[in-house]
Design a protein around this ligand. Structure first.
Ligand SMILES: NC(=O)c1ccc[n+]([C@@H]2O[C@H](COP(=O)([O-])OP(=O)(O)OC[C@H]3O[C@@H](n4cnc5c(N)ncnc54)[C@H](OP(=O)(O)O)[C@@H]3O)[C@@H](O)[C@H]2O)c1
Length: 314
């Protein structure tokens, strides 16, 4: 099919970004976790760039910054929005951050990153990082090494977004990265009203992950949620919970529905897609070219999963 990429403004950063972004981590790490060689990983990124994607996310912890560096070599740097992250803990020091940014810049082959995040911050680490590390990030911004400051959550252990709810009380974050998907839509209530009010850039991770790409895992997660009474079996077909989404005027697959739901959620800007597989990347680019899901399907998804706030879909 013919594809077309849409663009939006990433909140207060003013950056013009594609609504689809390349994710350099997750279960695939651009194919590093799935047996792909480096040339295939580079090809996946170039395929996305050729389709109009201008946003690439990576992190020092993924060990994919060098692959991103190779994929963008020779490109007009100003046409790209690069996001990378500093791994953190309750003992991270300003010196660690100053070293990490230099290493990230070298691996990416650039002299600035557009968005530099504190990575996977746990709620109990937040106060230390806000008081001891944010001033260093602000200095790096003044020095032109980073353009905007971001924070990402550890969605697997913090599915109710406790850390981000706290972080959004401080007016220092230009961008957040948050888990949001068909199974756990609680960010709509807990977080997006605040990001919309304060014009914070919102990057979506976990749109698909494992449960929405592997039916066996979906069945297990649905079972857990039924046991916890966060799902009601009267609301859907327990044997095929998301089958209703797939029909002529609807989604072509659960993965397709998953990306489109996130793209069209008010308050979200870039939805990251993590794959090391060119066929999957092609299918995902096509998903971002399709219209919104039918309203009846969207309403049904919101209704079935209305109480869920305890899983990440990982
Ligand atoms: N705390 C954080 O800061 C944090 C945490 C997690 C993720 N992230 C960022 O968010 C990005 C997105 O998360 P994610 O990588 O988990 O992405 P995702 O796009 O939600 O899910 C990726 C998973 O779905 C599979 N997949 C993708 N397209 C598919 C398709 N068309 N058909 C079947 N399976 C498909 C991938 O496997 P294949 O390789 O086989 O396609 C991979 O296992 C990450 O790459 C990373 O950049 C940040």
């Amino acid at each position: 099919m013919e594809t077309k990429m849409d663009y939006t403004i990433l909140g207060r950063t003013g950056l013009r970004v594609s609504v689809m972004g390349v994710g350099g981590g997750g279960p695939s790490r651009l194919g590093k976790n799935t047996g792909r060689d480096e040339s295939e990983s580079v090809a996946v990124i170039r395929q996305a760039l050729d389709a109009g994607v201008n946003f690439i996310d990576t992190a020092e912890g993924y060990r994919t910054e060098e692959i991103v560096g190779k994929a963008i070599e020779g490109m007009d740097r100003s046409s790209l929005v690069l996001s990378t992250k500093k791994s953190t803990s309750a003992s991270t020091t300003p010196q660690d951050v100053e070293k990490s940014i230099e290493d990230s810049l070298r691996r990416l082959g650039t002299d600035y990153v557009d968005i530099y995040h504190l990575h996977g911050v746990h709620p109990e680490e937040y106060d230390h990082l806000a008081s001891e590390i944010v001033p260093t990030l602000q200095k790096l911004r003044e020095a032109g090494k980073i353009r905007f400051i971001g924070v990402t959550e550890h969605f697997g252990s913090d599915p109710r977004h406790t850390m981000l709810q706290k972080a959004l009380q401080d007016d220092v974050w230009d961008v957040i990265m948050i888990g949001f998907n068909i199974l756990n839509q609680c960010a709509r209530e807990y977080v997006f009203p605040k990001t919309i009010e304060n014009n914070i850039g919102v990057l979506i991770m976990f749109a698909v992950r494992i449960a929405l790409s592997r039916p066996q895992r979906l069945a297990e997660v649905v079972q857990e949620l039924l046991e916890r009474k966060q799902l009601d079996p009267a609301d859907f077909d327990v044997d095929d919970p998301l089958g209703f989404l797939i029909h002529d005027a609807g989604a072509v697959s659960v993965v397709d529905a998953a990306y489109r739901l996130c793209r069209d959620e008010p308050g979200t800007h870039v939805v990251l897609s993590g794959t090391g597989n060119v066929e999957h990347m092609k299918a995902n680019i096509e998903s971002f070219s399709r219209p919104p899901l039918p309203d009846a399907d969207l309403q049904k998804l919101k209704y079935i999963f209305r109480r869920v706030d305890s899983v990440s879909g990982g």
